[in-house]
Write a protein of this length. Sequence first.
Length: 276
Amino acid sequence: MKFGLVKTLFIIIYLYVPASLANDNLGQKLKIAIDNDNNQKVESLLKIGANPNYFKKFSKKIKNSRNYRIPLFLAIRKNNIEIVKTLLEYGANPNVFRSGKPPLYYSSTPNRLKIFRLLLKHKANPDIMLSGKSLLFTFITMLEEKPFMAKALDILLKSGANPNIGNSNLTPLEYAVTTKDEALVTKLLKFGADPNLINRKGYTATKYAIALYGKEAKITKTLFKAGGTENKVMEKQPRYWFERKDPNKYVSEAEKERIRKEQEEKSKPKKKTIYH
């Protein structure tokens, strides 16, 4: 009995442990090859079984790599589109997260837009959520400080991102209205944003526009032209009783004041950067 147990343990150690160590070794070699921009070595390692989604602490041989533990993120950081493509072809997950953000977020800078498109081509989710808000909504809220995000935003919309998914309170169109971004309102409507979609508070983008700027404002007329109506009946009550409002009333004075303060705060000059 004792001999049988020893034999079993020996087999486990002989078969499993070396295989595990071999996988770790391949994973580390893969990351080092990516860090060295060695495209050929990367593909060779993947062919013999290196895991494109390998997740473990990097070798000390790799500099400044503390937060880039997954091969795909390291390749994006290195801005090596060929290695990104190879990893995706060998099964790298384009929707994996690092520090709460997916590969699409980290590839949205102007010098990485080719990688951004490549990720979408390989089934990266254009509607992926980040801390309760869509990637599209995230990009829209960043436009003021980082205007270059507009290019990634366009690509995202053309790739089928849903223009009606925002956060728990606002749709992308409502946000564009409250910031009085007429060009963005037009763009979102072009890609199918609903001017009559009701949020949790019982408001629509059209009602926001009427309350904030009046019926004759250009931004309001744009919404009317797209089918927006001021008398949209609320289909369901918001989640909480204290948020329930008469659906036939326009935005409350308190809501107007809140939006006005947000606009004033956003109008203050801020330091611009091209980095996330």
